[in-house]
Design a protein around this ligand. Structure first.
Ligand SMILES: NC(=O)c1ccc[n+]([C@@H]2O[C@H](COP(=O)([O-])OP(=O)(O)OC[C@H]3O[C@@H](n4cnc5c(N)ncnc54)[C@H](OP(=O)(O)O)[C@@H]3O)[C@@H](O)[C@H]2O)c1
Length: 381
């Protein structure tokens, strides 16, 4: 599969270059946030579309996703958070990091796509001139705006974006599956290969595994030959989690009992790696408490639910000699690896609920309050 040209090589968007198709809409149905708050702050309306520039494609959206990040953006949980080298997130914001769809028009200088092509949005664009990209860390590159973060996201019927912000969807791959693959599987690929260096037969604990990140990490770790245990606070999620095919599911309503169960599962040794997607201090601590001597802990939730430092002491670091690592998104090569696995039928994602775009508020409310939901929630414009 052709790798897209670097984003920073793209000429500036201009309005005066004609598209290959005359019927380019001037506005689109979309969902934006003008004020932080609950799901009711998502505003479904008509919004102007950017004019189609020479290197842009106009895409009719098939699927956009709702993620844990979207809830944090909407509620204001990420206001003030800065990613070094990147602009802050400002309101109004059009949410949505993931999307797939069909190209309906292409700017005059577009070389990679034509009308009718099936495409999936690049979730982690890389700036080729950033020092981090040159160091092999394109996921951390600065000087770039991420759609759904600083730039317009995918909660829309139509999107105008540079051609380098799209990848072709391989033949035979479902558009909905493509939309929900690159972010969680790309990030999990980077996490397991590069941050944890997971090897055959190792044990991995995932706390807070019922969202897209948990599922992707379970499936990828199993493909890599690891043994995987997942946790949930809700007994009603156990069956849904079992369907992801982990080796063990543990309910964490009684934390000491959960820790005992996980230790038993490893024959008393403790797990080689513990990843947390919940952001809950007690679950991060659980990961450390059941870690094998010299194991690796990755608090990967992006932020912590309870303010304050990580629940780790200097004494923990000496007694247990753990490695504590972070992960922020995926490099372009991780996204391509994920798309390749999808094309070969090795991975898939459980879709838990579908909502029309107009019901984005209901989709957010479901994700926020459900006690039995396992899998992704998607929007269908
Ligand atoms: N580091 C990165 O590069 C990266 C990339 C993408 C996403 N993320 C982050 O990874 C996390 C997972 O994202 P996601 O979309 O897969 O899932 P998500 O919907 O954000 O939920 C993850 C888990 O959090 C737990 N949870 C929810 N509310 C909780 C609460 N109040 N207290 C304790 N646990 C709670 C749930 O576990 P239960 O089963 O117990 O309900 C759920 O399984 C998010 O925080 C997201 O921001 C990080």
């Amino acid at each position: 599969m052709a790798e897209p040209a670097p984003t920073a090589d793209v000429p500036a968007t201009t309005a005066d270059v004609p598209a290959t198709t005359a019927d380019v809409p001037l506005a689109t149905k979309a969902v934006r946030v003008f004020r932080h708050g609950g799901p009711e702050e998502l505003r479904y309306d008509d919004y102007p579309l950017d004019p189609l520039g020479p290197s842009d494609v106009l895409v009719r959206v098939d699927t956009a996703s709702v993620s844990g990040w979207d809830l944090k953006y909407r509620s204001g949980g990420l206001s003030g958070a800065r990613h070094p080298g990147r602009k802050p997130v400002v309101l109004p914001q059009q949410l949505g990091r993931e999307a797939s769809g069909i190209v309906v028009a292409a700017g005059a200088a577009v070389t990679r796509f034509a009308e009718g092509d099936r495409v999936v949005a690049v979730v982690h664009p890389e700036n080729p001139y950033s020092p981090e990209t040159l160091r092999g860390l394109g996921n951390l590159s600065g000087g770039i705006e991420i759609p759904g973060h600083q730039a317009l996201g995918s909660y829309a019927a139509y999107l105008v974006r540079d051609e380098n912000l799209w990848l072709p969807v391989p033949d035979g791959v479902d558009l909905e599956q493509a939309a929900v693959t690159l972010w969680p599987y790309g990030t999990s690929h980077r996490l397991l290969h590069d941050r944890l260096r997971l090897t055959l037969g190792q044990t991995l604990l995932i706390t807070g595994a019922s969202g897209g990140m948990g599922e992707a990490t379970v499936r990828l770790a199993r493909l890599m030959g690891a043994r995987v245990a997942v946790t949930t606070r809700h007994p009603d999620k156990v069956d849904g989690l079992r369907a992801l095919d982990p080796d063990e599911v543990v309910v964490t309503s009684d934390l000491p009992a959960a820790a005992r169960r996980i230790r038993e599962w490893t024959g008393g040794l403790g797990v080689d790696h513990a990843v947390d997607y919940s952001g809950d201090v007690e679950l991060i601590r659980l990961g450390l408490d059941v870690l094998r001597l010299g194991g690796t802990l990755c608090p990967a939730s992006g932020n912590q639910r309870q303010p304050g430092p990580l629940p780790i002491t200097a004494s923990d670091l000496t007694r247990l000699e753990p490695s504590v690592v972070g992960v922020r998104g995926a490099r372009h090569r991780d996204a391509l690896a994920a798309l390749d696995l999808l094309a070969r039928g090795r991975i898939r994602t459980r879709i838990a609920a579908r909502f029309p775009l107009a019901q984005a508020s209901e989709a957010h409310a479901l994700l926020e309050t459900s006690t039995d939901l396992v899998g992704r929630v998607v929007l269908k414009p």
